[in-house]
Structures are given as C-alpha cells and as structure tokens.
Design a protein around this ligand. Sequence first.
Ligand code: XMP
Length: 510
Amino acid sequence: MTHETVIVLDFGGQYNQLIARRVRECGVYCEVKSYKTPLSQLLEMNPKGIIFTGGPNSVYLEQSPHIQKNIFEQNIPVLGICYGCQLMAYTLGGSVTSAVTSEYGKTETQFDASSLLFGGLPETGVTWMSHTDYINGLPEGFAVSAHTADCPVAAMENAEKKLYAVQFHPEVMHTENGLQMLHNFLFKVCGCTGDWSMSSYAKTAIAQIREKVGDGKVLLALSGGVDSSVLAALLSKAIGDQLTCIFVDHGLMRKNEGDEVENAFAGWDINFIRCNAGEQFLSRLAGVTEPEAKRKIIGEEFIRVFEAEAKKIGKVDYLAQGTIYPDVIESGAGDAAVIKSHHNVGGLPDHVDFKEIIEPLRLLFKDEVRQLGTELGLSPVLVWRQPFPGPGLAIRIIGEITPEKVRILQDADAIFREEIAKAGLDRSVNQYFAVLTSMRSVGVMGDSRTYDYTLALRAVTTTDFMTADFAKLPYELLAQVSSRVVNEVGSINRVVYDVTTKPPATIEWE
Ligand code: XMP
C-alpha cells in the first residue's frame, strides 16, 4: 500500500493506540511500532512524521526506554507526547526532573497561538495532564509554546527542525481541541494530505487477498460478531467459494445466539458450518478460575476445533481470523503492559495445523471495520451489532464456570437486553451485559432465607471502547431488570449496577 504513513513510536504508554486511532480519524494512515525498532526499518516505511507516545518511566533512569539522537536528524517531523516530550528534551540536551507538584487531570493551559500546532485555536484551554516529571531546561534551539501554572514547559518546539513536543495528552477527549492539534501536526507540520479511506482500503485489501491466496482454500472463524462478519464479506468478495466459514458455538454465547448467527448467514452464498463444541469447551474450563488462563484455554480450543474441521474439509491452506488492531496492540505487540490477552491473538498455540494464518483486518480499528462493512454492503444488523468478546460468557462469569452458571447468566442477560431494547436505548448505549459474580449473599424471599449469587449489570457509552463511561440508565429501568431477574431466573437474589468508567476499570470484568 502506498499511503502516506505516520509512525506512532510506542514507549509503553496506555494511550498508544488511541493516538493511532486519532491519526487515522484525521484521514492519515499510521502504524504503532516499538521504540526498539531499528531506525533503518522506520525509514523504510518512508514516514511523513513520527509521534512518540507517553510511557510510565522517568527518562533519567538508566533502565527507561531511550532513543538514538539521530532519529531527530532525518528531516522527519516528530511530535513527542508526555514521556515522548520529556524524552525529546532529554535526548537533545535539555533537562528533566521530578516536579514538586505533579499534575494529573484537567489543567488550564496557555498556548502560543503562533505555533503551527496551536494555530487557529484559543490561547487558553484545558489539557489532560498525567506526569510527575517535567522539563526544567530546554534543549538548544527550542522555545516554549505552552505553559500551565505548575508546568513551565507544557509544550516546546523547534519549528525549523519540525520537532514538537507536548507534556499533555492531545489524544484524549478531555484535552480541548486535542484532535485539532494532532490535525495541525499532521497537515501543517508533516504536510499530509489525508489519503486514507475505506473505499481505497477495500480495493487494495481484496487485491492483496487474491494475490496471497491464489487458488488456495481459506477457513474463516466466524463468530457472528462485527469483525468476523465483515471479514466474511471481504473474503467472499475476494475469493468466493474458496472460502469456508466455520462458526464454533462454544456454549458460551448469549441466549439463543447460536441459532441467530446461523440464521443471519442462512441466505448467504458461502459455505457455512456450525460446530456445537459446548461440552468440549466447558470440560476444558472446569475448575479454571484465573481470567488469563480462561482466555488462553478458549483461544487454544478454538484452534483445535478448526484444525479438526479443516481436516474434514480436506486440504486447507489458510485460516482467516478477524483480529483487529486494538487486539494486536492490547495483547502486547507494542510495548504497553499486557492488560488482557484477546483470545484471537495472545491465546494462539505455538503449533497450528495450517500453512498460514491470515488476518486482513489486523490493521483496522473497530470503527474502520464498521465502515468497511458498510462499504462492502453488509447488512446494518451485522455491522452495528454490539460487540461480544470471543471468549463469550466465560469472562462474564467470575471464577469457575459451570453449565448451571452459564444458564443463569444467559437468562439474566437476556432480560437485561430485552429491557434495554424496550426502553429504546439499544443504539445509544454502546455495550450492555450482565456479569455473574462469584459472590453470594443472604436475602429473603417469601418467608425463607436465601443464599444466592449477585448479578452485576454493566452498560457503557463509548466511541472507541478504549475509554468508556458507565451509562446513566434510568432507575426505573434498573428496578425493572432487578425485579425480573430475581423473580424469573433463580439462584440470584441481588442485582448491582457497575458505575465505574474505563479507565480505571475495563469494560469486561475479566
Ligand atoms: P475491555 O474489557 O478490554 O473491552 O475494556 C474492550 C472491548 O473489547 C471487547 N473484548 C474482547 N473482544 N476478544 C474480543 O473479540 C476478547 O478476548 C475480548 N475481550 C474484551 C469487550 O467486550 C469490549 O467491547
């Protein structure tokens, strides 16, 4: 692909993929690379610009990630963010020290409007800060372009060398005009034109798939979720009946979902096979309580089922997976700490019985996948389906999984979804589900004591699933769900509503 490319150089910050998403939102293609990538490899990508992410370290510690000075001498614009800002200062001879007052959260900031980065924006605004170190000495040739009450260098630049750095996080929504600042960097400093679009991506991806696969056979892991459905559409456009879709019902789907998925693809011109492997999954998961262990087992079991199916079909060359970019980054391909192994990446076993795995959506973010689905003419019902994690209810049953707990959760979750839809909130709330906690507590029903499970309800609003707010559901709705769950499901005597944002919590409980 010959798109203009910007590199997001990852120093271990949790916002690294958010930066990448924002860049793509501006219509510019970008990839996240580890800071350890040799400069020669970065240069081969012919980047229009490089963005350094934040990171959890202090630049002056020996074990912290560092960078060779010559990256700044390639005539490629660089934008340093947070740790990346301090690293630029430190590497180029400025000084960084621990601040007396660390800044965290929304901070009033003054900008120099003559900077290309802040041009056209108000001179005062709120930025999102998260740092204890600060720059107390500029490198030669640099000027301060923003400051706050406690931070004398909230931004600095050497415009001649196209080196820019901001102590705050322009990529998070709390920074006013943050997206515009990134846009300014990309278009005014790097000279990008914004040539990244889904129609161009679809054409290129189809051509690449054809070239790669030739007349080989491809198996697709179809879950009925957005990613694998879009992938099915993409692959069927590219290679038609060389594709076989296998839908593994691992017995951890939502209530009736297995049948719904099968029906949704009934009218499609593809080879569709449904495998009911519930017992196999549940027996492997018996007694397992640790979330990462569950995820790994499920990932591995998926591959085993595919291998078995593939053998029945005959020679299969490729296994296609709907892995998307956040899965790749969150599973630790970059340098950020591993938060969760997504089952389709971190859980891959070492030995896989196929010539190769292909992941044509690997570089796309969720909203880009939806755009691609629409571009390919996929039904809106599939394109706009609320996300459901690959490991399914296994990560919504805290602790050990039993068939009985699966039944309880399926019934409770169905009630919650039904009531949300009745209230007309199924589009505005981006993800909503029930979690069966392993906690039991005392209750009273009729004249008897009960000692039953607590069900947690989770509903979030989010645009990118990387940050999220809890949905402000009406009390009447919560009351109705609570009453129905306790009365209709059995084994649940208490219902609570999760009111944490992401971060610090994640959306799923495991
Ligand atoms: P978290 O819990 O990390 O979830 O805040 C963010 C989004 O990702 C979904 N999710 C997964 N999707 N495989 C998937 O395909 C997984 O292993 C997985 N884990 C979480 C989650 O439902 C939410 O939409």
